[in-house]
Design a protein. Structure first.
Length: 179
């Protein structure tokens, strides 16, 4: 009887079919987590591209050809055009413009009077006319700056990034064209 028992245990130890199942049970969750990470990184990268494109469209709309001696009213209209262009570009990318948040404003040198303060929530911050830094001696051209943040939340279980809100920042600057 002892011989039969030893023989059976030897066969069980030599058989490797069960080890393949154990290895699969260990590796498949890791591979699944890697695939989820790649998916969510792709989503964040796509959203970052969309909001950057929206900021560029807003700066382009705010830098539309303007008069050579512009008034604050003209700048207000250009700022409204820039905000509308940002919202339109976000809607075209299937993103909600109501989720825009404004970060603390960067410091700019202004061409003339400073613009009104940026909205704390619900819209892109459009500042114009700001002084753009160029390689020209003695200063730069006047331009427009558009910047905002957009929230991104991923679902990546068993990590520190699970359901964490990440604010993606987009900004663009463009020279104001004069007639």
């Amino acid at each position: 009887m002892r011989n039969l028992k030893d023989r059976f245990l030897t066969l069980l130890v030599r058989d490797t079919n069960a080890s393949q199942i154990a290895e699969s049970a260990f590796v498949l969750p890791l591979m699944f987590m890697m695939l989820l990470g790649i998916f969510w990184f792709g989503q964040a990268f796509s959203m970052y591209g969309a909001i950057t494109r929206a900021a560029q469209e807003g700066a382009r709309a705010g830098a539309a050809p303007a008069c050579s001696t512009c008034s604050p009213l003209t700048y207000t209209i250009l700022a409204q055009n820039a905000s509308a262009a940002v919202n339109t570009a976000l809607i075209a990318s299937n993103l909600d413009p109501k989720l825009i948040r404004t970060p603390s404003p960067p410091t700019f040198n202004f061409c003339g009077t400073p613009p009104p303060p940026c909205p704390p929530t619900g819209g892109a911050c459009v500042q114009l006319p700001i002084q753009l830094l160029t390689s020209v001696q003695g200063g730069g051209d006047c331009g427009v700056s558009v910047y905002f943040q957009y929230p991104f939340q991923s679902w990546l279980p068993f990590t520190s990034l699970n359901q964490q809100l990440i604010m993606l920042t987009a900004s663009a600057q463009m020279r104001i064209e004069t007639r």
